[in-house]
Design a protein around this ligand. Structure first.
Ligand code: NAP
Length: 254
């Protein structure tokens, strides 16, 4: 299958590690040029060594951060063909353990740059008839408890996927969301290590993943994201695609 991604310039927030890192590596393998927006310079350097790629080492927060990232990318490459909104972290700001200020900050940190990047990249995406892929989370539809800010942001990413898919129909820009559940990444490792017995906790989670009783690999999320960025997915838009080994929807008694 020809994905026709050669020389396509793709912005990826959080593109140096975890799921974003796997997307960047997969894009290089397809001949595309990932622009990693990620402060993790050590991991970014390892990806830069694999082929044509670029890193902008910033932690996105304000609109000006995203505006600047788009400006730098256009100065270097003159085009943007795709955007993967991926950066985020489950920061455990809950209803009980949390404050209004922490909630607002958590939502802002996990959500606002999804809008900012799409907004500033839009003129370029209109020219390229590009694609947007939003990485959300199963917590948006299942809840998790103790993480109001993160789940509010993840749910909003799913509604913005539908909203932008509609708004961008006239430009033939596709907009889709990929929904992971349990993927072993640096973020996940940090979270599992907060439990008293991380090994036992991990075993209890993997035992509940219907397909193969194993975690989803970052490369398996990346494969879906890369397909959605490709010419083979030009008639897919507004979709929420679960890549989770059946974790969210299949019978838990399996
Ligand atoms: P990860 O291992 O922490 O990798 C994310 C990368 O993004 C890190 O390099 C991180 O840098 C960077 N980053 C974080 N905030 C950023 C920001 N504001 N601007 C630029 N870069 C930023 O995380 P992951 O597990 O791959 O998660 C990626 C996405 O998948 C997130 O949206 C997450 O919610 C979603 N997700 C993950 C899972 C899972 O099981 N792993 C499940 C559901 C959804 P630092 O490390 O320096 O912060």
């Amino acid at each position: 299958m020809n994905l026709n991604l050669s020389n396509k310039v793709i912005l990826i927030s959080g593109g140096a590690k975890g799921i974003g890192g796997a997307i960047s590596k997969g894009l290089i393998a397809e001949g595309a040029i990932p622009v990693m927006i990620d402060p993790s310079e050590k991991e970014g350097a390892e990806i830069l060594a694999l082929g044509e790629a670029f890193q902008i080492p910033v932690r996105l927060f304000d609109a000006a951060d995203s505006e600047n990232v788009v400006k730098i990318t256009l100065e270097k490459y003159g085009r943007i063909d795709g955007l993967v909104n991926n950066a985020g972290a489950n920061d455990s700001v809950g209803l009980e353990k949390g404050s209004p200020e922490e909630f607002e900050k958590s939502v802002a940190k996990n959500l606002n740059h999804y809008y900012h990047l799409a907004h500033y990249a839009l003129p370029s995406l209109k020219k390229s008839k590009g694609s947007i892929v939003n990485i959300s989370s199963k917590t948006a539809v299942t809840g998790q408890g103790g993480t109001s800010g993160y789940t509010a942001a993840k749910g909003a990413q799913l509604s913005l996927t539908r909203e932008w898919a509609v708004e961008l129909l006239p430009y033939e820009i596709t907009v889709n969301a990929v929904i992971p559940a349990e993927v072993y990444t640096p973020l996940y490792e940090n979270w599992i290590n907060t439990f008293e017995d991380p090994k036992a906790k991990l075993e209890s989670i993997t035992a509940k993943i219907p397909l193969g009783k194993r975690m989803t690999k970052p490369e398996e999320i990346a494969a879906m994201a890369i397909f959605l960025l490709s010419d083979q997915a030009r008639h897919i838009t507004g979709q929420h695609l679960y890549v989770d080994g059946g974790y969210t929807h299949l019978d838990r008694s399996l």
